[in-house]
Design a protein around this ligand. Structure first.
Ligand SMILES: [Cu+2]
Length: 143
């Protein structure tokens, strides 16, 4: 039983969600350069149930979730969702790619855009950690 709990925790079944402050202490802004949020998100793994916290001055910025095409084009005209509170918590569920831009003219073009890939912690585990369980099951039917 103890072994089962260890195995389940290794493949993430008992994983708790993480909260990520977008841009860390710099928040959601235009002043960090073109690739700042790309670099920020590529240094992390996002799982279902995690939370992004966008922190910004609501008189200067907003957050729009957009399609991948509108993300590439920096087009704020057909957002999927608009967030306008300055401590905006966005729950990442379900899995998939999420695209966020600031809808204020010029801001997305200045680098205020964020793309995160959210994966399922269980399906992601094609690693030796989850293979351990499979090996144990093979040992059972030795008739
Ligand atoms: Cu902005």
């Amino acid at each position: 039983m103890a072994l089962l709990i260890v195995a389940l925790s290794l493949i993430g079944l008992v994983r708790t969600s993480s909260l990520y402050e977008v841009g860390d202490s710099n928040g959601w802004t235009t002043t960090m350069g073109l690739d700042y949020y790309k670099t920020w998100s590529s240094s992390k793994n996002f799982y279902v149930g995690d939370i992004l916290l966008f922190q910004y001055n609501e008189t200067l910025h907003n957050v729009m979730e957009v399609s991948s095409q509108d993300f590439e084009l920096c087009n704020p005209k057909s957002p999927l969702t608009i967030y306008q509170s300055q401590n905006e918590a966005v729950y990442l569920n379900p899995t998939g790619h999420y695209y966020f831009i600031c809808g204020v003219p010029g801001h997305c073009e200045s680098g205020q855009k964020l793309d995160v890939l959210v994966v399922d912690p269980i399906n992601e585990s094609n690693s030796p950690k989850s293979m351990g369980i499979g090996e144990g099951q093979i040992l059972v039917p030795q008739i």
